[in-house]
Design a protein around this ligand. Structure first.
Ligand code: SAJ
Length: 452
């Protein structure tokens, strides 16, 4: 049996870095590779750009112990792990350039008997056809000369270290031996179940997990749209439906952000375009949620060109500082297209320029003179806000709650006019319910024909 002691890990991002630090804590001699100079320099000083306390301590200890260091260039090792980003292009295709570049960079250092692991979320077949082919070009046959695996991560940003330690993992080997060898490595820091399978199953599994979540959020968003049209509270209806022992509907919202869930379905869509209409529809439904909320707010508040809307929440989900692929930017761009000015506020995202928009940490500055506000991220910091000073800061009265977290009655009593995503009543419970079932017969025929 191999006795692996050295690891070279390419990509020191939000998964690669904690994985490298955990492996160092487990006793491996770990070299982290990154193309970003600051990342390398910070790591060698025992520091990280990430804010998670647990990660900061883990990295400091790992570097201090001498078992973790960083470089721009790889070196020989027993195990090579690739943890680089796989974004989606504007055309909905996986951009594997970082995976290819990382493999080309390590390939001259990979020797017979080594194990190569891909962790990056990738289209099915990437491990054997992209990484495998590059290794073959360097004279290394997967399954014969080297072991090759696909081992996706499942962490939720905000608690990456804890999730890496606890979550079960799927370990896909090009051969059984490769999977068993990788499982032995992950077992040194992961207490979750380690289930071995093939590389293709592991790749498919990762894409299915996030596509499943996207579709489930899309159905919650569809129910929210129905609630608005029907004039009821879809959130309450969802809570009631979830009392059923086998029903677990997710939460509606102003869209799906992050670098995983809105991206990964496209990898299946790209490879299986004739089988994935459901995934395409889910993507569209989720991406239109913010615009729909803006439509409602604009017509309720009578927003005009030149008016200002404060967007509260830039992080892509509650209580994290990560603004990447946040639905808030889709809303901000839509406002800009409509000639509406925006101010973006977030209590956790570092203030600065993002995607051509300025993010502000001071709520008073963001709300000052605003004609309306939209709450888009359900940060805990927003929940208990006193509505009266907020209203005094604003010029207008309207607030759109995209997460159903504001105390509606309290805001209305303070003088706000509240519009909530997924709730059909414009303001008070006493308002008349809109007319329902008013669609023309032709709408139904169109929907059944799949043209809707
Ligand atoms: N969201 C909703 N309604 C919900 C749940 C989430 O609108 O009921 C929105 C959030 O606000 C956010 C987006 O979806 O904008 C994604 O958030 P998330 O918490 O669902 O997921 P991520 O992107 O932070 O992490 C996901 C996780 N995957 C699953 O839960 C299946 C995580 O376990 C994966 O490791 C990660 O993707 C990844 O790296 O693939």
């Amino acid at each position: 049996m191999n006795r692996d002691t050295t690891i070279c890990i390419s990509g020191l991002g939000y998964v690669g870095l904690p994985t490298a630090a955990l492996l160092a804590r487990s006793g491996f001699d770990v070299l982290g590779i990154d193309i970003n100079e600051r990342t390398v320099a910070e790591l060698n000083r025992g520091r990280t750009i990430y804010q998670e306390q647990c990660l900061i301590e883990l990295v400091g200890d790992a570097v201090g112990s001498g078992r973790l260091r960083a470089s721009h260039v790889p070196a020989s090792a027993d195990i090579f792990i690739i943890c680089v980003p796989t974004p989606v292009t504007d055309g909905g295709r996986a951009d594997l350039s970082a995976v290819r570049a990382a493999t080309e960079t390590i390939a001259p250092h990979v020797k017979p008997g080594n194990l190569v692991i891909l962790e990056s979320t990738s289209p099915t077949g990437t491990t054997r056809h992209v990484i495998g082919e590059i290794l073959i070009q360097h004279g290394l046959q997967p399954g014969v000369d080297v072991d090759l695996c696909y081992c996706p991560e499942r962490v939720l940003p905000g608690d990456t270290v804890g999730e890496l330690e606890r979550n079960s993992r799927v370990i896909g080997g090009f051969t059984v031996e490769a999977a068993d060898r990788a499982a032995r490595m992950y077992a040194t820091f992961c207490t979750g179940e380690l289930r071995t399978t093939t590389d293709l199953v592991a790749e498919m599994c990762k894409l299915m997990e996030n596509s499943f979540r996207d579709v489930n959020i899309a159905i919650a968003n569809t129910f929210a749209q129905i609630g608005e049209e029907l004039g009821v509270d879809a959130w309450e209806a969802i809570r009631m439906a979830n009392l059923h022992p086998r029903v677990d509907i997710l939460q509606p919202g102003p869209g799906v952000g992050g670098h995983c869930i809105p991206v990964d379905p496209w990898f299946l869509i790209e490879s299986f375009p004739h089988k994935t209409q459901l995934l395409v529809d889910a993507r569209r439904i989720n991406d239109h949620q913010g615009r729909r909320l803006l439509d409602r707010l604009q017509s309720a508040a009578g927003l005009q060109t030149g008016d200002t809307v404060a967007l509260l929440g830039v992080a892509y989900k509650a209580d994290i500082d990560d603004p990447r692929d946040s639905p808030t930017f889709l809303v901000a761009e839509e406002c800009r297209n409509r000639g509406i000015k925006v101010r973006l506020h977030d209590p956790l995202v570092v203030a600065g320029e993002y995607n051509g928009f300025t993010v502000e940490n001071d709520l008073n500055v963001a709300l000052d003179g605003a004609d309306a506000a939209m709450l888009l991220t359900d940060h805990t910091a927003y929940h208990g806000l006193d509505p009266e000073p907020l209203l005094r800061q604003m010029r207008g009265q309207w607030i759109a709650d995209g997460r159903c977290v504001l105390d509606r009655e309290r805001y209305i009593d303070a003088g706000f006019r509240v519009l909530t995503l997924g709730i059909g009543l414009a303001e008070k419970w006493t308002e008349p319910v809109p007319v329902i079932n008013s669609h023309a017969e032709s709408d139904l025929v169109e929907a059944l024909a799949g043209t809707h």
